[in-house]
Design a protein around this ligand. Sequence first.
Ligand SMILES: Nc1ncnc2c1ncn2[C@@H]1O[C@H](COP(=O)(O)OP(=O)(O)OP(=O)(O)O)[C@@H](O)[C@H]1O
Length: 898
Amino acid sequence: MATRTPGSAARNSSPGPSKKAVAKTPAKPPAKKAAAKKAAPAKRTAARPAAPPPPAPRPILFRAVRALWLGTAHGIGAVLRGFGDGAKNLDPAHRKDGVGLLLLALALVTAAGTWFSPQGWLGEAATNVVSGLFGRLDVLVPFLLAAVAVRLMRHPELPEANGRIMIGLSTLLVGVLGLVHIGCGAPVMGSGATRIRTAGGIIGWAASTPMMAAAGPALAVPLLLLLAFFGLLVTTATPVNRIPERMRAAGVRLGVVEAGPQDAGHGGRTPEREFSHEPPEDADPAALPFTVETAGEDLSDEVAARRRRRKRKPEPAEAAAAEPDMFAKDPLDPYATRNIAAGAAADLDGALVYGVPASSAVADMMHQVQDRTAPPEEHAVPAARTGGAGPGTAEEHGPAPARMEQLQLAEGLSYALPPLDLLERGGPAKARSALNDEVVAQLTGTFKEFKVDARVTGFTRGPTVTRYEVELGPAVKVERITALAKNIAYAVASADVRIISPIPGKSAVGVEIPNRDREMVNLGDLLRSRTAAEDTHPMVVGMGKDVEGHTVMANLAKMPHILVAGATGAGKSSCINCLITSILARATPDEVRMVLVDPKRVELTAYEGIPHLITPIITNPKKAAEALQWVVREMDMRYDDLAAFGFRHVDDFNAAVRAGTVTPPLGSERELTPYPYLLVIVDELADLMMVAPRDVEDSVVRITQLARAAGIHLVLATQRPSVDVVTGLIKANVPSRLAFATSAMADSRVILDQPGAEKLIGKGDALFLPMGASKPIRMQGAFVTEAEIAAVVKHCKEQLSASYREDVTVGGGPKKEIDEEIGDDLELLIQAAELVVSTQFGSTSMLQRKLRVGFAKAGRLMDLMESRGIVGPSEGSKARDVLVKPDELDGVIVAIRG
Ligand SMILES: Nc1ncnc2c1ncn2[C@@H]1O[C@H](COP(=O)(O)OP(=O)(O)OP(=O)(O)O)[C@@H](O)[C@H]1O
């Protein structure tokens, strides 16, 4: 080791600068500043004491003793270091037990020495040290040592809490010993060791002397009192504002205070303790600072409030789950059992409702449980909860089996929905697997390794990812877990670790880790689920399962328009297939009609010819743009109709028509029928935007702004979620979003307005942000095979063949000869004829308004209709006579088309 002798130090420091300075000081300064600058070091140097004279050579004996001492010290040091290195390799639990036992041994020795009389050299030495340090409070030291030892051995897994307690106790002790020292006359060091020992000891002396010197004896006492009080608060992890609460709890426990209603059921324990996983003296969980990782916003108050709410109103089951035994062999079992039961019951419920056995095992059990099944809690996104039916048994929602009945169509035809057993069963979902247990162990190991006071208290397994719930020890920052994200990813060998802090509604951090044994979500299972059965709305579709394994259904009518986007191969088309198949499985063509736009020409061909189609599948992007314009016109027409009959929503109009409470105006022979929902699905918006960006954007915006009340809903899908495809205007009007894995964070921002989708793992892993939700739901999208689709489509086509509306199908059918005079106005003329005939009102201004055309065009249309005998001649400002009855309309249209 390099050492510097005093001589060398003096040599190094003194000569150079001082000599120069001294030489320059007497000389005339060239300038005042320079002189001042240089004078300073000179002065400093001059003020230093003169270098000490070189030491006299040491005697030989001295050098020999020194060498012997150093040699011995090195030897002992090496042996101890060897032990230390060996101890490092010990299991941490053993190391901590060792420390605890050592403290216990010290407590015994000091107890023997201070309470009785010291025995042996160790007893005497320990007693001298303890009495010297702690003065007359030495008798308490054995208690303290024993308490610390027990704490270390009982809770070795809480190093941070233990550290806090040590700091708190030390502070408390310093304050109290300082006070004792002052109380005993504040003897000074010179007054002898015995005086110090009979006062506050060296610690008391060290605490009180500087205080008294700095602030005077009168102020030293309150300052030391405050110090001791602070130590007490730290030890008991009590924030000042919660002192009354804690005092009251202590009073209740000691029986001094009567337990109030808030204490009932807690056996005198504070609510915090009832649900705390930590021992009573641990930190107040409500005081923890929580931040939301994604938004960066501080949620501490909210989380604390939520914690308190949760703790104050415990459900028995929740309480049981919230307080797993820290030393129980397997605290995760309750979760696993609950989920298995939930999965089985969901399956069973669908089976009961639809009369389709969910699986052979369930089929065997069905008749046994029919009367007493209490269904589990499953959730759908808010939009799917249209029926408002609360949890109840399958028998309680009786109308559901009606879905299997022969439904009457408008024309008097009957139509049977496809049986759900055309869709495959996936079997019960796994609630837990060996790999989950492995991950729990890996997480626990990581927390231990990095000395983070946190533990995995449970997990909920979804089909693709499992969310592990991590509870933090007192005063552990959430940031410590988020900072560990990369280490966790390393430990569990997965790049896609997402940390959610906190899990919504829980005082726990969620660590989402992909399942290496991921499961597929079958659309059939979703449609057979209780959530699906409860809601008979025809626009309810199966979306997937969330991270907790719950079924996610969505009502497309309430979305009311949705953007589906993700990189190629991420699962978008599978999702669209699920949407369409859900509709086919649950809605008749009279309830829902569809316009399918498939510019890629491959994705939706399986649905060609289904009776729900209003027009053949549109594959030409240009014609798709025109079809969107038709949708706008249809929407306007529905709006006018609703206004004419005094309804604000197509649902109300349909209900009134079905109830027969609405009649056509006098003189009109129109037969009122309910409007079906119109679902427009565009599988690749980018292709349309390339062809006619302005027209497509205009139509989409118009539809999305108004179509909700008219029962028209859009599903726009794209694998290119860039700003030129999903323009700001489109985005602003499509409120629900479904993001599959994207290749870049920027794409995620375009879809969801936030990052996240770039971390998804593909194959149907998705973030679903329904209208009104602030945070997306992570879910595994459902899957339906081509064979299942083919079976469902075959069934539908067998029931009814498609009857297309000619006016939309700009691309379908052979080109017909059109009267040259009509030119480009054929479609408009047909609409005008429909309008005039159906309303029996031959008004030019009505055409202007409803067809959104100018006066000249409306006049021309009226002339064309006159020339074809649809309306009479003009009578000035009066409306023309309508010469055709509504039931002759079809023939007239055929005639116009030539
Ligand atoms: N929900 C799902 N569950 C399981 N596997 C899925 C799921 N969705 C997609 N996959 C798998 O990923 C493959 C690609 O999915 P899909 O065709 O839906 O992707 P895409 O996003 O539509 O791609 P593209 O834009 O190129 O059409 C599927 O063949 C299937 O194997």
